[in-house]
Design a protein around this ligand. Structure first.
Ligand SMILES: [Zn+2]
Length: 59
């Protein structure tokens, strides 16, 4: 999942993949040329790594 942040209205929009055309759902700004960001935050990523490490570690 990827995210783009609109430079015009600063709202984020999400997509499950790469779109050919990506318009801001709020103001209609063309975001196609803007770089896509990871939708998952660093904190969430860190948490999922910890959880998977926990599940795989022997007791
Ligand atoms: Zn916008």
């Amino acid at each position: 999942m990827v995210r783009k942040e609109c430079p015009k209205c600063t709202r984020s929009s999400y997509s499950s993949g790469t779109r050919e055309v990506w318009n801001c759902p709020v103001c209609g700004e063309d975001l196609t040329a803007y770089p896509s960001l990871r939708a998952i935050s660093y904190y969430e990523l860190n948490q999922s790594i910890r959880q998977s490490a926990y599940h795989h570690s022997p007791k």
